[in-house]
Design a protein around this ligand. Structure first.
Ligand code: ATP
Length: 320
């Protein structure tokens, strides 16, 4: 298969993203080990897992920042066109495969205005309409039309994220939560079919996390964009995801609906750093004791035990 392939009739039914036998090594470290997963078109799919599980590495492989050591990443657009992401240069992953991303650390142009940040995102489209010439930039009607359209699109997204009143302020002056939403708006200005968000709720307070949930659900409903999300904030993951994939040490340990994953002893064990058989036993105990939410009760009990154990291990204050 070439990096770009024409549509087939079946294609629109296929998952938007299929990752097959992905592996990524950094020297002797195996960050991703034979990982396969898929994301359904129109779904919000979350990738979760403890620190260092390999989530960002998967994103970096999908978005062309890393060339994987092995495996295949197939993006199928709604038109049926297929792209092998591991073979595409980064700029074509955005322009042709229509994948956009945000980063764990905010990467806005803080000295540019809020509106300008959204226009820069559309730079490639504007350059194309100028015919890549100075004359084009000066007078081409197509260019003028493209600038008008780009500004309209930017303003549309600023309305959506409630930042239209701050359009002319430097992006760096915005509060942190607003900058996070602006990054999402910037990604949406490239008209992605797959939006990859790396910890969009990091550093947000509960009100801002709730706003983020609403924004992502609105995006999905109004544009049909598929969302792939890395997130540690379980209030975001559990409330808006259709499908959750859990990684640990670069491999998949669970995959399913949010509720099923939340109750999976393997997942709880990975997060608490304990044995999954022990978790299963404690959950059974909580069920037998008729706890309202046996999983919550089991997690609370194990977390309490872990804290008590840690306190026990610590030398008494004042001792050397
Ligand atoms: N460029 C790199 N060079 C060397 N090792 C790397 C590189 N990128 C990631 N790693 C290693 O790969 C493993 C997975 O890292 P990754 O950042 O993908 O995990 P993560 O699940 O996103 O973690 P977190 O939740 O803390 O962001 C870690 O052991 C990390 O140190």
């Amino acid at each position: 298969m070439s990096a770009m392939e024409p549509m087939t009739g079946q294609a629109a039914m296929e998952p938007i993203l299929k990752v097959e036998h992905l592996s990524m090594k950094f020297g002797g470290l195996i960050a991703i080990n034979d990982l396969s997963l898929s994301a359904k078109r129109g779904d919000i799919t979350a990738i979760i897992g403890p620190n260092g599980a390999g989530k960002t590495t998967v994103f970096n492989c999908i978005t062309g920042f890393y060339k994987p050591t092995g495996g295949m990443l197939t993006l199928t657009r709604a038109s049926g066109e297929k792209f092998l992401l591991e073979r595409l240069p980064g700029h074509l992953i955005t322009d042709k495969a229509k994948v956009a991303r945000t980063f764990q650390n905010i990467r806005l142009f803080s000295g540019l205005t809020v509106l300008e940040n959204l226009l820069v995102a559309q730079h490639n489209m504007l350059m194309k309409s100028s015919g890549y010439t100075i004359l084009g930039l000066l007078g081409f009607p197509a260019y003028k039309r493209a600038v008008k359209e780009a500004t309209e699109k930017a303003r549309y997204w600023l309305e959506k994220i409630n930042l239209i009143d701050r359009a002319d302020d430097p992006a760096g002056d915005l509060p942190y939560g607003d900058q996070r939403r602006l990054e999402i708006a910037r990604a949406m200005c490239t008209d992605p079919e797959l939006l990859c968000l790396d910890e969009p709720a990091a550093g947000l307070n509960p009100r801002e996390s709730a706003e983020l949930n609403k924004l992502l659900l609105d995006i999905r409903r109004e544009t049909g964009t598929s969302v792939l999300l890395i997130e540690h904030d379980m209030s975001v993951v559990m409330e808006i995801s259709d499908h959750v994939i859990v990684l640990e040490y670069g491999t998949k340990i669970s995959d399913g609906k949010p509720e099923a994953v939340r109750n999976d002893p393997k997942v709880i064990a990975a997060y608490l750093g304990v044995d999954d058989e022990e978790i299963a036993e404690v959950i059974e105990g909580a069920q037998a004791a008729h706890a309202a939410d046996p999983v919550d009760a089991a997690v609370a009990l194990l977390a309490k035990e872990a804290v008590a154990e840690e306190g026990h291990d610590k030398p008494a204050e004042g001792s050397k």
